[in-house]
Design a protein around this ligand. Structure first.
Ligand code: HEM
Length: 421
């Protein structure tokens, strides 16, 4: 029974079931059709799956807060994640900064006023001007990697292209040591999996991350970083007294968590979409300046992030539905991005469309601070591919990534032929 005076439509769906995770789109349609706000009986929280209401929620942080986490876990109702028996493997990691990891796992994120100085620092670190200065280096790295892989004729576009490229870009910008960067994959995998329920996928991600947590813990400090523009800005802010040293270390840690998996998953999804839509690949190959649009359309068509959560901070109303305070609300950006109320023929991947209203980077005060960088990375890879490859095809069945939060492929074998030049 929903905790509100108006009766909301109720659905007994499990967004974390293997069927839902494998192909969320029919379920998204069911959620959108059920109403602007739906009560999910299994997890006892609200769901918003249409575009207008998703944007309205994201833009109203005062009613739909983030301080109780942007994951399913509710730190006010459940014990801290780090105190649960599943985290026992992590407790054995020597020299682990338990407080830092606690903040990460419980995914508690402030709203204003605490959020304001944090946001300002993120915007300075990821300012378009600063990212533009790294443009040449990022584009060059994409060209070099694409050149090497295309020469082989077939490769894994997820692991060998998207993951490897993004690890290199973020590693260099932050100044992370080259040796061991692959740990970031397991680390980010765990961090994002904790947004879901304590299921098998989540437990597996923890077990695989024990060494990665130790590595990240060691390298995300001032003394371990090599020169990199973002790392430099973080510790300049510490030296200027804007933030404490511990906070500086925590800022460094955001990059392996927020910047890698999200972007590499979207690049992987873009390559998949282009490989299975040869007409769209032909458009890009013939006009590489469409690369930015192709990335944007991928954000819309195959949003990499599954649900995102808010918690109602007060009794309120949304699209005629009364809502009670203190209840989690799941937002499905991937569903909002396929809402036929906003996008014409939403189930078609069309790189020439103007996908601007897509919400894949969120909206409002928490909207993605790294989107300029992510777009540049996507554009760099897709441009490099379109300039070198005439034909792009799957080279066998891709392997879906088993993940509570990310919707993408673990392995994406592709075959490339011809030279587009
Ligand atoms: C295609 C890749 C990416 C996607 C799909 C993505 C998606 C998102 C989304 C949906 C949010 C909003 C979360 C919320 O409202 O709860 C967000 C926030 C954020 N993202 Fe990204 N992101 C991407 C890449 C990046 C990169 C490359 C960075 C850093 C270099 C980054 C850093 C952040 C940060 C710091 C926030 C939190 C902002 C705040 O709370 O003020 N993201 N991202």
């Amino acid at each position: 029974m929903t905790p509100s005076t108006t009766q909301l439509p109720e659905l007994d769906l499990d967004p974390y079931s293997p069927e839902f995770l494998a192909d969320p789109y029919p379920y998204y349609a069911q959620l959108r059709d059920a109403g602007p706000v739906v009560w999910l009986t299994r997890y006892e929280h609200y769901v918003v799956a249409r575009h207008a209401e998703t944007k309205a929620v994201l833009d109203d942080w005062e009613t739909f807060g983030s301080t109780r986490g942007f994951g399913l876990h509710d730190p006010e109702r459940e014990p801290p994640l780090l105190d649960s028996p599943e985290y026992e493997p992590l407790a054995r990691v020597p020299h682990m900064n338990t407080e830092a990891i606690r903040g990460l796992l419980d995914a508690v994120r402030p709203d204003p006023p605490e959020h304001d100085p944090i946001r300002r620092l993120f915007m300075r670190m990821l300012a378009p001007g600063l990212i533009r200065r790294s443009r040449e280096q990022i584009v060059g790295a994409a060209q070099a990697l694409v050149e090497k892989l295309v020469a082989r004729g077939s490769f894994d576009a997820a692991a060998e292209l998207a993951d490897a490229f993004v690890l290199g870009v973020i590693g260099d910008l932050v100044g992370l040591p080259e040796q061991g960067r692959e740990h970031i994959i397991a680390y980010g995998n765990m961090a994002m999996n904790t947004s879901g329920p304590r299921n098998e996928v989540y437990l597996e991600s923890i077990e695989h991350a024990v060494d990665a947590v130790a590595w990240v813990d060691q390298v995300c400090t001032r003394d371990s970083l090599s020169p990199g523009p973002i790392g430099q800005l973080i510790f300049d802010a510490v030296d200027a007294g804007e933030i404490e040293e511990d906070m500086g270390n925590a800022f460094v840690r955001v990059f392996p968590t927020a910047a890698v998996d999200t972007t590499s998953s979207t690049i992987t999804n873009a390559i998949y979409n282009l490989a299975v839509n040869p007409d769209q690949w032909a458009l890009l190959r013939d006009d590489p300046s469409l690369a930015r649009r192709a990335f944007q359309e991928t954000m819309r068509f195959t949003q990499a992030i599954h649900p995102l959560y808010r918690t109602t901070t007060r009794d309120g109303e949304l699209a005629g539905s009364e809502l009670a305070a203190g209840i989690k609300m799941a937002l499905f950006l991937g569903s909002a991005n396929r809402d036929p109320r906003v996008f014409e023929d939403p189930d078609r991947f069309e790189i020439r469309r103007d996908a601007t209203p897509q919400l894949g980077f969120g909206s409002g005060i928490h909207s993605c601070a790294g989107q300029t960088l992510a777009r540049l990375e996507g554009e760099a890879v897709l441009t490099a591919l379109s300039r070198r490859v005439a034909r792009l095809e799957l080279d066998g069945e891709p392997t879906p990534r088993r993940h509570n939060t990310l919707h993408t492929w673990a392995h994406l074998p592709v075959k490339v032929t011809g030279d587009a030049r």
